[in-house]
Design a protein around this ligand. Structure first.
Ligand SMILES: [Zn+2]
Length: 86
């Protein structure tokens, strides 16, 4: 997807809040460090994600997508944790 098309796509996605229908939304660049759940998750390396987060400035609802490479790392970590717990 070209840069302009991506920008239009993001604007179209964020017209109203999914929780309260407000149009008072804004996009932020964010950094999140995902920790794996449970005792088994303590030994899994955390996964950094740098998403664009759409935030409703009226109710606080926030939405973002995790890029494919980081999503795969989260899925792989969860698979290893389940294998350890079994
Ligand atoms: Zn809202």
């Amino acid at each position: 997807m070209k840069h302009k098309e991506l920008a239009r796509h993001q604007v179209r996605q964020a017209i109203t809040c999914a929780r309260c229908s407000s149009e008072n939304l804004s996009q932020f660049s964010a950094e999140m460090n995902f920790h794996f759940p449970g005792h088994e998750g303590l030994t899994e390396p955390t996964v950094w994600v740098f998403p664009q987060v759409t935030v409703c400035l009226d109710c606080g609802y926030a939405a973002f997508s995790i890029p494919e490479s980081e999503l795969q790392r989260l899925a792989d970590g969860c698979r290893r944790i389940r294998a350890k717990a079994a």
